[in-house]
Design a protein around this ligand. Sequence first.
Ligand SMILES: Cc1ncc(COP(=O)(O)O)c(C=O)c1O
Length: 435
Amino acid sequence: MNVQLPNNLDAFWMPFTASRWFKDNPRIIGSADGIYYTTIEGHKLIDGTGGLWCCNAGHNRKPIVEAIQKQAATLDFAHNFNQGHAIAFEAANRLTAMTPEFDHIFFTNSGSEAVDTALKIALAYHQARGEGQRRILVGRQKAYHGINFGGLSVGGIGLNKGQFGTLYPDAKHMRHTHIMPDNAFSRGMPDHGAHLADDLEEICQTYGGHTVAACIVEPVSGAGGVFPPPVGYLERLREICDRHGILLIFDEVISGFGRLGTAFAYQKFGVTPDLMTVAKGITNATVPLGGVFTTGDVREAFLAGPETMPDLFHGYTYSGHPLACAAAIATIDLYRDEQIFENAAKMEQPWEDMLHSLSDLPGVIDVRNIGLVGAVQLESGEVVGARGRAAFEKLWDQGVSCRPIGDSLAMSPPLVLTEDDIHRIGEMYRAVLSD
Ligand SMILES: Cc1ncc(COP(=O)(O)O)c(C=O)c1O
């Protein structure tokens, strides 16, 4: 199909975009299929970031497209405030069946909304149990939990926060786990850094453990630069949370739905949180949907009030939107039928080998990977991020997209890629980084 670009590119205020730089050389995607994008000029490239860590089954997948079309023609919309529709209940049942530890899911429209919802559930949970003094929310440096008030407060990327000042006043932060040079070029989980979980214990000692409501972490930090958890780190966080009655929240917006070769990262790491946020791969990114999984225990605390009152004063017009629910069901069917998580597990080793084969290239100061996520970090020049951006441009022209995060080049390809695809990506990286 021929896609025409409008003459005026000013009206659309683009998200997280250096708009003047973008407009110098607009990269406009016209269509997508499988692991490929095609630009409106006909340049075909591998979508090396699976959308934005979200098109896990690849693009333009027929069963999902058809499910959305069918749902739109049956029930385009109905809300779920004191009324309901079948497909939202069905989607919740199907999703909780993937997670034996979680019995419930609250639907949102994005990862950011899922994070803010989880933080609010944590605060309200403690209040419902008579512990309303628990107000502190603990996050981590370099963490990305979306861009809404709560998620930004517990997030740890200064550039994202600097324009807005203090948001939630009782947010505290642990140190990040990227220990250089000790952990440089680690394959999978780095050896050093379990002790950094003790930052949570320090916060408890400083403010009183009985004032901490929740601790939120990405099991694998993604948008902050791709940092797999150090061996033993998540276990230690779980222990400290248990000791102080703190809810542990895993933000699995990126790591959920097969990215690490298991349905969810908590299953790979063997550490179960109390709440888990998801989005992105839940619908293969076709229709916006997010969610918060909760255990039965957390849910139970909300059922002690009057029966005629909402148990949580929270919800979105589109919580459980029929099109999103239809897309989610078709997506998880496709993941199962094509054994897509299994393919991610199978490709983890070739992916790791390819990435680490780039370690000897000039200017590469770290390579990190786990599941089908990876990052190659370049030595920064005078302007941090300039080399990352230049490499991104050259890789695009070669035929693969990546996500520059400062001078780290992050990758999270669709989980359906083959060893051949991995090999080709490696060749393109080698060509660009050798230059
Ligand atoms: C871990 C994590 N949480 C939350 C979000 C925010 O999701 P969204 O962009 O759908 O609001 C992201 C987005 O990349 C993320 O990586």
